[in-house]
Design a protein around this ligand. Structure first.
Ligand SMILES: C[S@@+](CC[C@H](N)C(=O)[O-])C[C@H]1O[C@@H](n2cnc3c(N)ncnc32)[C@H](O)[C@@H]1O
Length: 215
């Protein structure tokens, strides 16, 4: 079965389907999470974006990763596999139930020992973890994106990455929508491109992925 996690419709449907069909099959745990996400409408990044995220983490040899907005831990698993057995990924989410479900998946995937599970507001929780990060992945509520950027940017090492999902927000950022989430993403996009400490670009994959390199 072809599992699709399309977002913005920025790529032709048939082309997007083709790129998803090319993806190698995932293991049982990750496949089950994808199925759960479809059945329960959990907004995970899906396998195409997850692969990009993991690729960037591997490219910079990331060992310390902080994640903002982890839900059932799908993106966390891809990051945890990238950091390897000596790495550390900080899972953060506001929901106790999400965290409990995620823990079960991490255990079954054999990577629980490299993940720290923190429950609460990701934007506050980052203060409770000392040190710099090689990579921070941001996927919190969209109106919080500017706050997430301001908090996360100083915590990334030079040469590290700040990656954010949904920065095209179904195209609403480019149109007249003015709800809090759309305004949040718009402000975020202005921030990342005007920042002197980040070299940023937006990949129009699925719902838009921002990749910011710390200078
Ligand atoms: C889009 S989902 C995350 C999906 C996950 N990154 C993945 O791809 O597998 C966003 C999650 O972050 C949580 N969330 C949103 N804002 C948050 C915040 N400020 N602090 C903690 N959790 C937050 C939501 O409740 C939800 O579980």
């Amino acid at each position: 079965m072809t599992v699709r996690f399309s977002g913005g419709g920025f790529v032709d449907d048939d082309v997007e389907a083709y790129t998803y069909e090319l993806l190698p099959p995932r293991d049982d745990v990750v496949s089950e999470m994808e199925q759960q996400a479809i059945e329960r409408s959990i907004p995970i990044i899906g396998p195409a974006v997850a692969r990009v995220l993991q690729q960037y983490a591997l490219a910079i040899n990331a060992r310390r990763v902080f994640e903002m907005g982890s839900a059932i831990g799908y993106s966390t698993i891809w990051l945890a596999r990238a950091v390897g057995p000596v790495g550390r990924v900080y899972y953060t989410d506001g929901g106790e139930k999400n965290a409990a479900e995620a823990r079960g998946y991490f255990e079954r995937a054999g990577i629980l020992d490299r993940i720290e599970i923190l429950v609460g507001d990701s934007i506050d929780l980052i203060d409770s973890v000392e040190g710099e990060f090689d990579l921070i992945f941001n996927d919190v509520d969209k109106h919080q994106y500017p706050a997430a950027f301001r908090k996360a940017a100083p915590r990334i090492r030079k040469g590290g990455l700040f990656i954010t999902d949904n920065v095209l927000w179904g195209g609403r950022v480019a149109r007249g929508d003015s709800d809090a989430d759309t305004e949040g993403v718009r402000e975020f996009n202005r921030l990342i491109y005007s920042s002197r400490e980040m070299y940023s670009s937006i990949l129009p994959i699925r719902d838009g992925l921002a990749v910011c390199l710390k200078l």
